[in-house]
Design a binder for this molecule. Sequence first.
Ligand SMILES: O=C(CO)[C@@H](O)[C@H](O)COP(=O)(O)O
Ligand SMILES: [Fe+2]
Length: 220
Amino acid sequence: MSDYKIAPSILSADFARLGEEVDNVLAAGADWVHFDVMDNHYVPNLTIGPMVCQALRKHGVEAPIDVHLMVEPVDDMIRMFADAGATYITFHPEASRHPDRSLQLIRSLGCKAGLVFNPASSLDTAKYVMDKLDMILLMSVNPGFGGQKFIPSTLTKLGETRQLIDASGYDIRLEIDGGVNRDNIAEIAAAGADTFVAGSAIFNTPDYAEVIDAMRKSLS
Ligand SMILES: O=C(CO)[C@@H](O)[C@H](O)COP(=O)(O)O
Ligand SMILES: [Fe+2]
């Protein structure tokens, strides 16, 4: 597998200079922008909404924007983020009353659709909607905050998810989110991930290109 994508999470960026931060991280070699949306209801934290996504598009960001919804319910936010220029929209199945319908809504609005599974959540829901998925996102920390430690049991779950995707025959990306850094990214890729969210590991360093290069070297 060589189609790896690195998706810095702007949760750890300097929000006071967000446009510049996103420009810098893309210039440093990032593939996607990971955009964490928290509502202080589904998770105990509050972040940014569709207006900020739209502002990044207006600022000139052309890279894929990977919107990770940690909100409940999800359908209104799906509509607003599709309008705001999202590329991928992923949500946690327990935050939607009808996950199948929400997945269809995302695709009907021209975006790519994904489900997100928390560390303690079973993959079961995914099995019944594989034809409606463009991405499965596995959380390797409990959602709500950046800067947490990677939960090692996620490696086994990645392997199970990789098998599920390969057996399905569908073109579904496998993204990992939480505690990813230059030291563990190779092991995470070997377990089956092809898309890597990293927030603090990139934005909490002075040289974004140096970290992203080191991650790519570990992946090659
Ligand atoms: O969705 C989340 C947290 O809920 C993430 O996207 C984090 O923002 C990742 O941050 P790091 O663990 O890489 O610092
Ligand atoms: Fe995220």
